[in-house]
Design a protein around this ligand. Structure first.
Ligand code: XLS
Ligand code: NI
Ligand code: NI
Length: 435
C-alpha cells in the first residue's frame, strides 16, 4: 500500500528522446539492448537511502529544510514509515537496486544492543517489502563517521574500544547485507585518516586498518557471503587527510595487507575530482588492475572544492566513464549508485523523483554514447596504431633485454626516435561526434 508521500506521481516510463514530459525517461529504456545486453543490466542503478531519505537538508549554516513524515528520525515506527516511502519511490523509478548505511534505516539506541535490535527490526521490515518486488540490495555499509564516538576514526581510532565497536558494527551490517541478498559490502573510511600528525601514529593506524579489513574478509568467508567487499577512495572530507586517498593509494594499501584478491574499489566521481583526477582516470587505474568493483555516480561542483554530491548532469563526462567501464567488461556485481542529494531548496517530493529521473537518463545517454564509440572502434584503432611499434619482435626483444644491449642499437643509429602526433584534438573531435 502506498504512503501517499509521492501523491499522484505515476511510475516513470520510457517515452523516447523526443518526449518533453519531465517525468519520463528519454534515454533510459531498461529492456533496450546495448552491446548485446539489456540497458538495466549494464547500468544496475541504485538509490542511496542516506541522501534521499536520511539527510534532512541541513548545511553548516542552517538546520533542516526538508519536512518529512518520518522526522524526527529517532523512532522505529517512523523508520518503517521512511522505508515505506523509500519503496514507494523505488516502485515509481523502477531502478533495480538500493543501498544503505545502518544509521540511515534505524534510530540509534542508548546502547549497542538497542541499536542492533532497532536495526534488525527495520531490516526485517525492508526484507518483507523486498520479497514482494523485483528489487535488490546493491550494497550495505556501516556509518562509522557521524556519531561522536567515531570522531577519531573507527578501525584507525587510537582507542581499541572504538576499534572493537567498529568490528561489532560491521559484523551486524554484513549480516544484514547477507540476509537481504546484497551484492556488495562497502567500507568508506570517512574518519580513517587524521587531522594532525602531532597526535597521530600513522604506521600503527594503517596496520590496524589493514588488520580490520582482513577481519572483514575472513567474516565474509565464514558466513558464505558471495558478494564483493569494496573500499571507497576519497582524499579528504571529513578528515583532513584520508588514508584511502584515491584508487592508486587504495590498491597499494590492499597489496600491502594481502587483500588484492579479496577487495575491490567503489569509485565515486566526486571523490575523483577532489583528488585532482578525472573519473575516467580513477576507473582506468582500477580496471588496469582488475579491481573495479562499483561506482557512485555523483558529481561535485567544480568551483566549490567540497563533496557536493550532485546528481550527474554532464553527458560527455559520464560517457567517458562508461567507455572505460564497458571496455573492461562492465560493472559485474557492481552498479551505478546515486550517492547524490538534492539541493537544500529542493523540498518537494517531486524534486526527489525528478533528480533520479534526470540522473538515470544522463547515465543511459552516456552509456549509449560509450557503446557507440566502442562499436565504431575509432578510439581503439587510434590506440592500437599509437602503440603498434610494440608489436614488432625487436621491441619485444628490447623489453626482455637490458640497458647495454639497447644502448648498442641506439649508438649504432639502428634505432632513432621519430616523434609522431598524439592527435589529442582529433580524438576529442571524434568523441564529440558521439556525445
Ligand atoms: C561520502 C561517501 C559515502 C559512501 C558510503 O563521501 O561517498 O557516501 O559512499 O559511506
Ligand atoms: Ni562521497
Ligand atoms: Ni560514495
Amino acid at each position: 500500500m502506498s504512503t501517499k508521500f509521492f501523491d499522484d506521481i505515476a511510475p516513470i516510463t520510457y517515452k523516447g528522446a523526443d518526449s518533453t514530459d519531465p517525468m519520463a525517461f528519454r534515454h533510459y529504456n531498461p529492456d533496450e539492448i546495448v552491446m548485446g545486453k539489456r540497458m538495466e543490466d549494464h547500468l544496475r542503478f541504485a538509490v542511496a537511502y542516506w541522501h534521499s531519505f536520511a539527510w534532512e537538508g541541513g548545511d553548516p549554516f542552517g538546520g533542516p529544510t526538508f519536512e518529512r513524515p518520518w522526522h524526527p528520525q529517532d523512532d522505529v515506527g517512523r523508520a518503517k514509515t521512511k522505508a515505506d516511502v523509500a519503496f514507494d519511490m523505488f516502485d515509481i523509478l523502477g531502478q533495480p537496486y538500493f543501498c544503505w548505511h545502518d544509521a540511515d534505516i534505524r534510530p540509534e539506541g542508548p546502547d549497542f544492543a538497542t541499536s542492533v535490535r532497532n536495526f534488525e527490526e527495520v531490516i526485517d521490515h525492508i526484507g518483507a517489502k523486498m520479497d514482494t518486488r523485483k528489487i535488490g540490495l546493491l550494497w550495505g555499509t556501516a556509518n562509522m563517521f557521524s556519531h561522536r564516538r567515531w570522531m577519531g576514526g573507527a578501525a584507525t581510532n587510537p582507542d581499541p574500544d572504538v576499534f572493537a565497536y567498529a568490528a561489532a558494527t560491521v559484523k551486524t551490517c554484513m549480516d544484514a547485507t547477507h540476509k537481504l541478498g546484497g551484492q556488495n559490502y562497502v567500507l568508506w573510511g570517512g574518519r580513517e585518516g587524521y587531522e594532525t600528525l602531532l597526535n597521530t601514529d600513522m604506521g600503527a593506524e594503517l596496520d590496524h586498518m589493514g588488520r580490520f579489513l582482513n577481519m572483514v574478509v575472513d567474516y565474509k568467508h565464514k558466513i558464505g557471503f558471495q558478494g564483493q567487499i569494496l573500499v571507497e577512495p576519497k582524499p579528504q572530507e571529513p578528515s583532513k587527510h584520508q588514508y584511502d586517498y584515491d584508487a592508486a593509494t587504495c590498491i597499494g594499501f590492499l597489496r600491502k595487507y594481502g587483500l588484492e584478491n579479496e577487495v575491490k574499489l567503489n569509485l565515486e566521481q566526486g571523490h575523483a575530482i577532489l583528488a585532482g583526477h578525472s573519473f575516467e582516470h580513477e576507473i582506468a587505474v582500477a580496471t588496469s588492475e582488475g579491481m573495479l568493483g562499483s561506482i557512485d555516480m555523483n558529481r561535485n561542483d567544480y568551483q566549490s572544492g567540497w563533496d557536493t554530491d550532485q546528481f550527474p548532469n554532464n553527458v560527455p563526462e559520464v560517457a567517458l566513464a562508461y567507455y572505460h567501464i564497458l571496455k573492461s567488461g562492465g560493472l559485474g556485481l557492481g552498479g551505478t549508485n546515486f550517492d547524490a542529494k538534492l539541493r537544500r531548496q529542493s523540498i518537494d517530493p517531486t524534486d526527489l523523483i525528478a533528480a533520479h529521473v534526470g540522473g538515470m537518463d544522463v547515465c543511459a545517454r552516456g552509456l549509449k554514447a560509450a557503446a557507440a564509440m566502442i562499436e565504431d572502434g575509432g578510439l581503439e584503432t587510434a590506440l592500437n596504431e599509437r602503440y603498434a611499434g610494440w608489436d614488432t619482435p625487436a621491441a619485444r626483444a628490447m623489453l626482455a633485454g637490458n640497458l647495454d644491449s639497447t644502448y648498442t642499437d641506439v649508438m649504432s643509429g639502428k634505432i632513432a626516435p621519430n616523434p609522431r602526433s598524439g592527435r589529442q584534438e582529433i580524438l576529442e573531435n571524434y568523441v564529440n561526434r558521439f556525445v
